[in-house]
Design a protein around this ligand. Structure first.
Ligand code: ZN
Length: 201
């Protein structure tokens, strides 16, 4: 699947599964879902092809916009970082940078597409910003499950070499584009529902 498909499937899934209905829950579902949806594909030879750069730019923009909204309206994301133990936040940041390079060096669809990586990356994200951890994990898992549906297979039980492949789709352009638009549409609908629930329920 395209990176941007994973991002919007990540945000839609995180919004739905966290049943976000407060500003901080909505922002963390969007930022965490986008980052989690992007992260497994850091095992691609990134920053050399334009679509990888675009994927990182989209996830980075969604996250930056969420943090900017949080900064101006004080929803609680930045406050949770301020309230945390700063040593833990810094340790998380260093661990995240190390993980990024480990991921970049890994074979495609191996370590970064595993349940093990879901736990490790999510814990590290949670060390930096606790409310992001669960939506990030959901976005990350959604990415892995979506990749399992194509013929290439995913080493979801890494370090086991066994590949899971459901062969529902063949990473064909059509399925990819359909999921991309479904992801965007559901993200918009679920964000609207979350805002309505926050305002009126
Ligand atoms: Zn992937």
């Amino acid at each position: 699947m395209m990176g941007k498909t994973h991002i919007f499937i990540g945000t839609a899934t995180a919004l739905a599964l966290t049943s976000a209905d407060t500003p901080v829950e909505i922002l963390t579902a969007l930022a965490g879902g986008a980052l989690g949806g992007m992260m497994p594909d850091t095992d691609l030879d990134s920053l050399k092809n334009i679509s990888d750069i675009n994927t990182k730019a989209i996830a980075g923009t969604i996250t930056a916009v969420c943090f900017a909204i949080d900064f101006f309206f004080k929803c609680g994301m930045i406050q949770s970082i301020r309230d945390s133990n700063h040593t833990i936040v810094l340790t998380g940041l260093v661990a995240f940078i190390i993980l990024y390079f480990i991921g970049a060096a890994a074979d495609h669809r191996s370590f970064t597409h595993s349940l093990l990586a879901t736990v490790i990356y999510s814990v590290v994200i949670g060390m930096m910003c606790r409310p992001l951890a669960i939506p990030f994990a959901i976005g990350f898992l959604a990415h892995i499950i979506l990749d399992c549906t194509n013929k290439k297979g995913v080493r979801i039980f890494f370090p086991s070499k066994r590949k899971v492949r459901l062969k529902w789709f063949y990473a064909s352009k059509k399925a990819n584009i359909a999921f991309y638009y479904i992801g965007i549409a559901l993200t918009v609908v679920f964000t609207a529902i979350s805002i309505i629930r926050w305002l009126f329920l």
